[in-house]
Design a protein around this ligand. Structure first.
Ligand SMILES: [Zn+2]
Length: 143
């Protein structure tokens, strides 16, 4: 059997490199870095060329066994160089993992959306608590 990298196991098909995994009292914290090609400005779609800085948001990810998983995802903050664009900088997103204004991974957001669709409001929130999925009622409604 061919051995797999930690990226293949945790993030199949997603452009990230895992730099470390730590266990903080039952919460797995995965340090990951985007290896995606430069992002496009969400306003004008121009591909970025200049990096402004880096940024490391924390994303809630689906649990692994009984442990909560948090991905500390290092992404790049880019300049938009199109003079006519109203946006001067923007944060890259990693396809399949992160989305603008979301604190949940794409995978976790999909789970939450399914649970909310099937159960609705309070029952969905109760099930999420029981499964230790991080989701308030507001987040369930917004995904
Ligand atoms: Zn732009």
């Amino acid at each position: 059997m061919a051995s797999k990298t930690v990226e293949d196991v945790l993030f199949p098909g997603i452009n990230v490199r895992v730099e470390g995994v730590s266990d903080f009292s039952g919460i797995l914290v995965v340090e990951a870095v985007s290896t995606a090609s430069p992002g496009r400005c969400p306003n004008c779609r121009k591909q970025a060329r200049r990096v402004h800085s880096t940024y490391q948001p924390s994303l809630d990810e689906r649990p692994l066994g009984a442990r909560r998983v948090i991905v500390r995802l290092r992404v790049r903050w880019y300049f938009c160089d199109r003079g006519s664009c109203s946006r001067t900088t923007f944060v890259e997103q990693v396809p399949g993992l992160s989305a603008r204004y979301r604190r949940s991974s794409i995978g976790l957001a999909g789970w939450l959306r399914s649970i909310a669709t099937e159960l609705g409001g309070r029952p969905a929130a109760r099930l999420c608590r029981r499964l230790r999925l991080t989701a308030g009622r507001t987040r369930l409604l917004s995904c």
